[in-house]
Design a protein around this ligand. Structure first.
Ligand SMILES: C[S@@+](CC[C@H](N)C(=O)[O-])C[C@H]1O[C@@H](n2cnc3c(N)ncnc32)[C@H](O)[C@@H]1O
Length: 197
């Protein structure tokens, strides 16, 4: 992989205030992917393709990533970046709202990375559980949202997002069929698998 080009994509995104995955969160996910070599990854929230490009470093040889993005200008930039990195055969962008696209998907995924509208996390979880392979894993980024989620934060501005992130945590930690860890890396990362009980 051309790491100089990858660094340029990252720097440009940061300069333009496009929210991309934080380094410590990426490290945790990459560590898991290295050990498990997934074949199929689903990402909800492409932005300009940075995280998807990073994940290809640790995919199984014939592995692929489907990634969903609703903002057309970001889709265009992601396509350019993916082309520059010569990864068009590995990363497929599904353009549109994940709320509409997810219910149309049928294939199972080994890894699902949720990194889009926080107010939709409970819906994304429901769909991710339907699409997850038996030994698969779901990563949900920004789950602690600047610390608001575990505090008594109740201001109007981000209230819906915070309520929905709390609901995601409640569902994944209280459902007996699931095992979930919440890590305080980056903006908070929830890691969920089916329980082996
Ligand atoms: C945090 S960024 C994704 C960053 C990317 N995963 C990375 O680390 O390089 C979230 C992206 O999700 C997109 N998004 C938010 N809600 C969405 C939805 N309901 N459907 C599709 N895309 C959505 C936003 O437009 C934004 O580009």
């Amino acid at each position: 992989m051309n790491l100089v080009e990858l660094e340029k994509i990252k720097e440009k995104a940061l300069e333009e205030h496009i929210p991309i995955i934080m380094d410590d969160t990426l490290e945790v996910i990459e560590e898991y992917l290295k050990e498990n070599k997934p074949k199929k990854i689903l990402e909800i929230g492409t932005a300009v393709g940075y995280s998807a490009i990073c994940f290809t470093k640790v995919l199984e040889e014939n592995g692929i990533i489907d990634t969903i993005e609703r903002e057309h200008t970001r889709v265009e930039e992601a396509k350019e970046n993916i082309k520059k990195m010569d990864l068009e055969d590995k990363i497929h962008i599904l353009e549109g709202d994940a709320v509409e696209i997810l219910p149309t998907l049928e294939d199972k995924y080994d890894v699902i990375f949720i990194d889009a509208a926080k107010g939709k996390y409970p819906f994304f979880l429901k769909e991710a559980l339907r699409l997850l392979s038996k030994d698969g894993i779901i990563f949900a980024d920004n789950i602690l949202y600047k610390g608001y989620v575990l505090s008594d934060y109740n201001k109007h501005k981000q209230r819906t997002a915070v309520r929905n992130l709390r609901e995601y945590i409640k569902e994944t930690t209280e459902n007996e069929k699931l095992d979930t860890k919440i890590l305080e890396v980056g903006d908070g990362l929830a890691i969920t698998k089916f329980a082996n009980r």
